[in-house]
Design a protein around this ligand. Structure first.
Ligand code: 0O2
Length: 213
């Protein structure tokens, strides 16, 4: 097996485990008839090509090493989407309290949005993976954002891929105003949060009643 495959294996394991565990949080809320602050969960292993780009940016050798693992803390990445901005703090608190991972860094790009318009809350956690050689603590990045923030970030990410960060002026302006619109959407939804959640409870009960068995 290749050196990279061996190096990345625990990261792959961590992404899978974190996805199962954090999806489990959503299920626990549901069985206790409570509204989950997590709407959905995704995860990915950073592609080797993106790891390579990061090593160039950070001027570090592109070899599997402790230095690379420390400098690129998002090789294992999990994303948690929430319906409302206030849910983000609840999710962060939930993760801070867990005993199966340890938060080592927090970046609040919600209070301090990035120049691009990007908003999200990032946690770097230390997560122990059980390997055949014993326990290995690895770093993973958990990004927590609303559905609106996620929509904006996904679109911007694909455009970024096309323009390599060098956006034409009109696209840059559009993205800035789209980020503003996403921010306002989050604000509007927060104002009618109770109304929305009551409707969702009603809708879930209705679905359960009309499901045979
Ligand atoms: P991918 O494809 O998601 O893996 P640093 O170098 O440590 O100062 P860095 O590495 O940018 O800062 O870390 P940061 O700011 O925590 O951001 C890491 C990840 O957040 C990015 O990973 C993106 O997923 C997301 N992100 C940050 N800024 C933006 C942005 O302006 N637009 C979008 N769409 N996403 C952003 P990667 O490695 O860039 O990409």
């Amino acid at each position: 097996m290749g050196q990279w495959e061996q190096f990345l294996d625990p990261y792959k394991q961590a992404v899978n485990e974190l996805k199962v565990k954090l999806k489990g949080v959503r299920t626990h809320y549901s069985v206790h008839n409570a509204t989950s602050p997590i709407e959905f969960v995704t995860g990915r292993l950073k592609p080797l090509a993106s790891i390579y780009d990061k090593t160039l940016e950070k001027r570090i050798p592109f070899v599997p090493s402790e230095q690379l693992a420390a400098e690129i803390p998002d090789i294992a990445g999990v994303r948690l989407m929430c319906q409302f901005v206030d849910d983000i703090e609840s999710v962060v608190e939930l993760i801070r309290k867990r005993h199966d991972m340890r938060v080592v860094e927090e970046r609040d790009y919600i209070s301090n949005k990035k120049q691009s318009g990007y908003r999200s809350y990032h946690l770097i956690v230390e997560y122990p993976v059980q390997t055949i050689h014993g326990e290995q603590k690895i770093l993973a990045e958990i990004q927590i954002r609303t559905l609106a923030m996620n929509f904006w970030a996904s679109i911007e990410h694909s455009l970024n891929y096309k323009y390599k960060g060098d956006f034409p002026e009109n696209i840059k302006t559009r993205l800035q105003s789209a980020a503003e619109a996403a921010f306002r959407l989050d604000e509007e939804m927060s104002l009618i949060r109770n109304e929305i959640q009551e409707a969702q409870v009603y809708f879930t009960e209705y679905k359960e009643q009309s499901t045979p068995g």
